[in-house]
Write a protein of this length. Sequence first.
Length: 104
Amino acid sequence: MELIVYWTQVAADKLDNIFNYYKLKASLNIAQNLVNGIVDLTIDLDKNPQIGQKELLLKDRLQEFRYLIYKNYKIIYWINENKQRIEIVNVFDCRQNPDKIMNT
């Protein structure tokens, strides 16, 4: 059973926010490289979906959330076996208060 990588609207919006922030504060090239790096890290999740560590701050949820790290960003996802996909639910800036991750 092959899974597909699916970006939720919340995660896609976070990616857009990251891009727009770095485009404004740094440069278009830096913004593109950062966003491409985040997306590239998720490409092979379909081959090894359990590669990410379990997100302990979300352990009380029904889903088992996992994460990957790219620079300062935590890419949070879970494996939705019913829909046969890996759902990227958030791109969390690790420089924030960790309690904010509970809003995922």
